[in-house]
Design a protein around this ligand. Structure first.
Ligand code: ARG
Ligand code: ASP
Length: 732
């Protein structure tokens, strides 16, 4: 029981009586038998003082809350950035050198690649700063401060409801933002946490000139690719390197040759000492989304209704891409990133459903709900009476609308590129409807210019086959009442053939010919005559007029109920420790290096070695090939100072509670030194977004020493190592 387990932490905190129980007096034997039961949680860095600090120190940390987060002097948080809106990265030198995952830099590496200059296959290492490659549109964001403004947000709302409540919240928000003191290049926003139970004012700074410095070949950075994805044991060197450039005052600026490497307030020293079971680990980054406090009925619906169909749709799309990618090296490059993106959550959902079943998530939540109900009755907390009946009722309606939206998103938006493009064109047409011809003409020029990259990676044949397969799945589920198909599969193949032969949208010159000229009505006439757009527009209208409104009618009510439930949990279990669900804001999570038992009679060790890379080696395979150079380094055991007992550590796992967005997050030791780079989770624990369970949920990290070994010994990019600060904390 998640909530009850935190009571244990409370006891622990009390026993520790704050900072008296210091690290030096500790061993790795916890005072309470099963310390694993107490971990989990993604904490707001400005809220670590107290219980978190104590728990961290029990786990071996020597850091104070203010070492991690401080707004009055440099702290570790000043080395952490959100990487291009999705992943995390960290600064590892005084010249703005950034470390993130290979899969986070993948799009950038790919965009600089061609069949002749294939950085995806061969890797890329800038020999000096002048050779670092700019990436248009790429940004990284530092967090300057995160302040709890919940009380200010709720001021004066006590007796308000509905629109009046919303209006007061807007007024309060405006007052908070108006009062912010910040530099002119900084941004301020008030963000909602815990379904609107808490609010934080976040001040941030966005740097816009980010250049590619280095990436290993995919055979290292993506070793094991989709077969190994979400799995342990793992052997991947999933890292890439960038550099932040700033103007001469060290402030954000768009790309310019005159920009200079950014000087950080703090950068992370890198430990050469490695890890062993029980070592403290801290992961600092930007987790995207968790839903730890859903009721059991929602979890049941995910397992039985929502996940299975999403999985089936993606499977169909992946099968088509896979077939073409195996036949044609050009398509392999064009579709590598798209394939990985679609495969990633396809596989995650499978593991997630299995894990939710295996960890008895529904039964555990039902037990919690029974306790909740009992206490509500005992204490006469009438506002919370009947909350689960309300959930049941709303979720029974939600199932259908959520599924309809999933089908639309997966089929139309995510997997058929021409339909996704039509959707974007539909939005463009709305610019004409809403803002007039002049604005439309400017917008369309920008939009079409931005499509060059899309067409570079587009293959109409692949897309046509995906269209035929996925539309069949769509119409099987939601038959078109205006058309009867005696043979749906054949009808969709014919339809696909017709559209992809006759639409101009399948090529760059084609779409340019539709959008040429300055006459909005002529352009729109041409667009309306395009067969892909005709069907794409119909689907877009259906989304906005039907699917989305139906969905939000229920979803909005669920949000209100969920907000009440979370408040209820805090009220009903007041001694429990509680963290707000991830929402792409900066968080700290911590744990220990630890193996696990995936099933009865099997135990996984927490560290993997280069030996495992060689064991998995399949010559010429697109997932498991190993270059001659890496084989030679392995054979000669030429690991420099990065190896350990003549072995080269590669990956390790721990109990840190992470999610999507934590990729590229630094893993720090007890001193705040970098020991690894987070990139994934284990299969049995991917359900951690709904039901973190410390016995089985593990995050997967690249050992920092493997990264250094690849940079130094494999790539010969010693100049990058020289920029870093390498330390030996255990030998100090
Ligand atoms: N599963 C990891 C995450 O969710 C890594 C994904 C990248 N790798 C891949 N094979 N798709 O992002
Ligand atoms: N691989 C994920 C990411 O890219 C991390 C995870 O989901 O564990 O953020």
């Amino acid at each position: 029981m998640k909530f009850l387990k935190y009571i244990l932490i409370f006891t622990l905190a009390f026993l520790a009586s704050c900072k008296t129980a210091k690290v030096s007096t500790q061993t790795h034997t916890p005072p309470i038998k099963d310390i694993t039961k107490m971990q989990g949680g993604m904490w707001i860095p400005s809220q670590l003082e107290g219980m978190n600090e104590v728990e961290m120190q029990y786990l071996g940390s020597k850091l104070s809350a203010s070492d991690i987060y401080d707004t009055t002097q440099p702290s570790i948080k000043d080395a952490i950035v959100q990487f291009n809106g999705g992943c995390t990265a960290e600064v590892i030198s005084d010249k703005g050198l950034l470390l993130t995952n290979h899969h986070c830099g993948f799009g950038a590496i790919q965009s600089h690649s061609s069949v002749e200059n294939d950085y995806l296959s061969d890797g890329f290492w800038a020999k000096d700063m002048k050779s670092e490659l700019p990436n248009e549109g790429m940004v990284v964001t530092f967090i300057i401060s995160m302040d709890n403004v919940t009380d200010q947000m709720f001021a004066g709302t006590e007796n308000l409801e509905g629109a009046a409540f919303d209006k007061m919240m807007q007024t309060n928000k405006k007052a908070i933002l108006d009062a912010v003191i910040k530099e002119k290049w900084q941004d301020a926003e008030v963000k909602s946490f815990s379904n609107g139970n808490e609010f934080y004012l976040i001040i941030s700074e966005e740097y816009k000139d980010i250049r590619l410095v280095g990436a290993p070949p995919s055979s290292i950075g993506k070793f094991g690719a989709d077969t190994d994805n979400w799995m342990w044991p793992r052997h991947s060197g999933d890292f890439s390197m960038f550099r932040i450039y700033a103007d001469k005052d060290n402030h954000p600026a768009t790309y310019s040759e005159s920009n200079v490497p950014y000087t950080p307030k703090h950068f992370l020293p890198i430990s050469l000492d490695g890890v062993e079971t029980g070592d403290f680990t801290l992961v600092f980054g930007f987790p995207g989304r968790t839903q730890e406090y859903l009721p059991s009925v929602a979890i049941e619906q995910i397992i039985k209704k929502l996940n299975p169909d999403k999985i089936a749709i993606r499977e169909a799309s992946l099968a088509v891409m896979d077939k073409y990618m195996r036949q044609d090296p050009q398509i392999k490059i064009q579709y590598a990133s798209k394939f990985a993106g679609i495969a990633n959550y396809w596989k995650k959902w499978i593991g997630e459903s299995q894990g939710l079943v295996a960890s008895n998530a529904v039964a555990t939540k039902k037990q919690l709900e029974a306790d909740f109900k009992r206490i509500v009755e005992e204490k006469g907390l009438t506002v919370y009476q009947g909350i689960f009946d309300d959930f049941d009722k709303l979720y029974s309606e939600y199932g259908e609308v959520a599924q309809a939206r999933d089908y639309w998103i997966e089929v139309i938006y995510r997997n058929i590129e021409l339909m996704n493009l039509s959707f974007q064109l539909y939005r463009l047409e709305q610019v004409y409807d809403q803002k007039g011809a002049e604005t439309f003409i400017v917008a369309k020029d920008d939009f079409i210019a931005g499509l060059e990259g899309f067409y570079k990676n587009y293959n109409a044949q692949v897309d046509r086959d995906i269209f035929a397969k996925l539309m069949r799945i769509y119409y099987e589920k939601y038959p078109d009442p205006t058309a009867k198909y005696p043979d749906l599969a054949q009808a969709m193949r014919d339809k696909a053939q017709y559209i992809y032969t006759n639409s101009k949208l399948v090529s760059y010159p084609g779409i340019q010919s539709i959008f040429s000229g300055d006459e909005a009505s002529v352009i729109l006439d041409k667009l309306h005559a395009d067969p892909a757009y005709v069907i794409g527009k119909k689907f877009s209208e259906q989304f906005f007029n039907e699917i989305n409104p139906n969905y939000y009618k229920i979803k909005d009510q669920l949000e209100v109920l969920q907000k009440k439930y979370i408040k209820g949990l805090i009220t009903v279990f007041p001694d429990s420790k509680y963290f707000p669900d991830a929402n792409s804001t900066l968080r700290v999570t911590y744990g220990q290096v630890k193996g696990y038992e995936p099933k009865d009679g099997v135990e996984y060790l927490p560290v993997s070695y280069l030996d495992g890379v060689i064991e998995k080696y399949i010559p010429g395979d697109y997932e498991f090939d190993v270059s001659k150079k890496l084989q030679d380094l392995y054979a000669s055991k030429d690991f420099g100072s990065y190896g350990e007992h003549s072995k080269m550590p590669v990956n390790f796992i721990g109990t840190n509670h992470t999610t999507g967005g934590n990729s590229g997050s630094p893993v720090l030791d007890a001193n705040g030194y970098l020991i690894g780079l987070n990139f994934d989770r284990v299969w049995e624990g991917t359900m951690s977004d709904y039901n973190y369970d410390a016995t089985i949920c593990r995050n997967i990290m690249v050992d920092a020493r493997y990264i250094l070994f690849i940079i130094d010994k494999y790539a010969g990019a010693k100049h990058l190592i020289d920029e870093m600060q390498l330390v030996h904390p255990k030998k100090q």
